[in-house]
Design a protein around this ligand. Structure first.
Ligand SMILES: Nc1ncnc2c1ncn2[C@@H]1O[C@H](COP(=O)(O)OP(=O)(O)OP(=O)(O)O)[C@@H](O)[C@H]1O
Ligand SMILES: [Mg+2]
Length: 164
C-alpha cells in the first residue's frame, strides 16, 4: 500500500506519472514535460513522483539561474551518480564527457559526443535497474545541458528510463 498523496486535486496528474513509472519499469522508456505557472505545484509533483519510483535509480537536476552560463553544469548534476560507470563508455565518449566535466583536460568537446556519452551512461545504468531522471526548473538549465537532455529524450528507446 502506498501512502496517500498529500497533494490536493492532482489525481489525474499523479495517475499519468504513475503510468509513466510503470511503463519504464517494464522497459518502455518515457519522456514527459510538466509545465505550469510559478507556484502551481510542479516541484511538489516531482517530489511525489520520486517517492513512487521505488526500485528506480533516481538522478536529479535542478536548473540554477546563476549557473546558466556554465556549460554542462546541469548535465553534471544529472550524471554525478553515474560517473562511476565512465569506464564502460567508448573511449571518445568517455573523453568527451570527462573533458566536459573537467575530469580531463582537452579541447572543448563536440556536443554530439557529449550527448552520446550521456545517453550511453544512462542506458548502461538502466541495465542494472530502471532509471528516473528528474529535471526541475529546466528553464534555468545552461544551454549545453538543455540541448543534451533534449537529445537524450529523443533517443531513448526500449530502455527502462523515464525522463521528466
Ligand atoms: N496539489 C497541492 N496540494 C497541496 N499543496 C501543494 C500542491 N501543489 C503545490 N503545493 C504547495 O504549494 C507550494 C508551491 O508548490 P511548488 O513549489 O511545487 O510549485 P512550483 O510549480 O514548483 O513553483 P515554481 O514554478 O516557483 O518552481 C509548495 O509549498 C507546495 O508544497
Ligand atoms: Mg518548482
Amino acid at each position: 500500500m502506498r501512502p496517500p498523496s498529500r497533494l490536493f486535486g492532482r489525481t489525474a496528474e499523479l495517475e499519468i506519472l504513475g503510468r509513466l513509472i510503470a511503463n519504464a519499469r517494464r522497459g518502455r522508456s518515457a519522456v514527459l514535460v510538466v509545465r505550469g505557472e510559478p507556484g502551481i505545484g510542479k516541484t511538489e509533483l516531482l517530489r511525489q513522483l520520486i517517492a513512487e519510483a521505488s526500485g528506480f535509480g533516481v538522478t536529479r537536476v535542478a536548473g540554477v539561474e546563476s549557473e546558466m552560463e556554465l556549460p554542462y553544469a546541469g548535465l553534471h548534476q544529472l550524471c554525478a551518480p553515474m560517473l562511476g560507470r565512465l569506464g564502460s563508455l567508448a573511449e571518445p565518449q568517455r573523453r568527451g564527457l570527462s573533458v566536459a566535466f573537467g575530469l580531463a583536460s582537452g579541447d572543448s568537446p563536440d556536443r554530439f559526443l557529449v550527448a552520446l556519452a550521456a545517453l550511453s551512461l544512462l542506458a548502461e545504468a538502466a541495465q542494472e535497474r530502471p532509471m528516473l531522471c528528474v529535471v526541475d526548473d529546466a528553464q534555468w538549465l545552461d544551454q549545453a545541458s538543455a540541448e543534451v537532455l533534449g537529445f537524450v529524450g529523443r533517443r531513448l528507446l526500449a530502455e527502462p528510463v523515464a525522463l521528466v
